[in-house]
Design a protein around this ligand. Structure first.
Ligand code: HEC
Length: 200
């Protein structure tokens, strides 16, 4: 009898001690002795997790993840093809002449504006005339826009990933602020000047 009482006391105290050490889940079979303290020990952990997850775990992870330009390009590939070669007479290539546009701010701004707001008007690329139009692209955040343009420049046009002319989200934001929302027609109006600005 005396032994039993001692044992019960021990069973009651042990989980409390273990609970304090964060080891409450040690599977004691005595209901009365182990459940009450272990519940208390677990609860704060749950509330802590609920508080920590959205702010300290998820958000910084999303913010620091670089946007994958290749993934963003999938939507462009529907017309410009996976290789950036386009389709003669329908969708212009995104390789070749285009790379020169990196040599001036206006050239880069034009690329940003087309990627977001589209383009409407006849253009001539590598001896082919294109008289279709590109619709505005929804959901193009500054990060996505910079990433997709860098993918086009690096993968199709041999630009090094260290090239200082590559796009940043900041450049895209500044361009959007500078020009405001444009129609494809207005973007087209900038095209000649963009190419002229990079002519040697
Ligand atoms: C629905 C088809 C379609 C999609 C999707 C599309 N484009 Fe286009 N794009 C075109 C067409 C057509 C033109 C030529 C428009 C014209 O002739 O005015 C064009 C033109 C361009 C040009 C201008 C080329 C030059 O020489 O001036 C760029 C840059 C461009 N697209 C980039 C992109 C990017 C980046 C994406 C993805 C975010 C994209 N396009 C998605 C059809 C598309």
């Amino acid at each position: 009898m005396a032994f039993q009482v001692k044992q019960r006391a021990l069973l009651f105290i042990l989980p409390l001690l273990l609970g304090g050490l964060g080891l409450a889940s040690c599977g004691n079979t005595n209901d009365r002795a182990s459940n009450a303290p272990s519940k208390q020990a677990v609860k704060p952990v749950e509330t802590q997790q609920a508080e920590v997850k959205p702010s300290a775990v998820s958000q910084p992870k999303l913010a620091t993840l670089p946007v994958n330009g290749e993934k963003v390009y999938i939507r462009c590939a529907a017309c410009h093809m996976k290789t950036g070669e386009g389709v003669k007479g329908a969708f212009p290539p995104l390789k070749g002449e285009l790379v020169q546009l990196l040599n001036s701010d206006l050239g880069k701004e034009y690329l940003v504006l087309v990627s977001i707001y589209g383009l409407a008007g006849d253009i001539n690329v590598a001896g082919e005339t294109y008289s279709g139009m590109m619709t505005a692209q929804g959901g193009m955040t500054p990060e996505k826009t910079a990433a997709v343009l860098n993918h086009i420049m690096q993968t199709f046009n041999g630009v090094s990933e260290e090239d200082p002319r590559l796009f940043t989200a900041r450049f895209v934001t500044d361009t959007k602020t500078k020009y405001g929302r444009l129609s494809g027609r207005k973007v087209y109006a900038l095209r000649d000047a963009a190419y002229e600005s990079v002519l040697p």
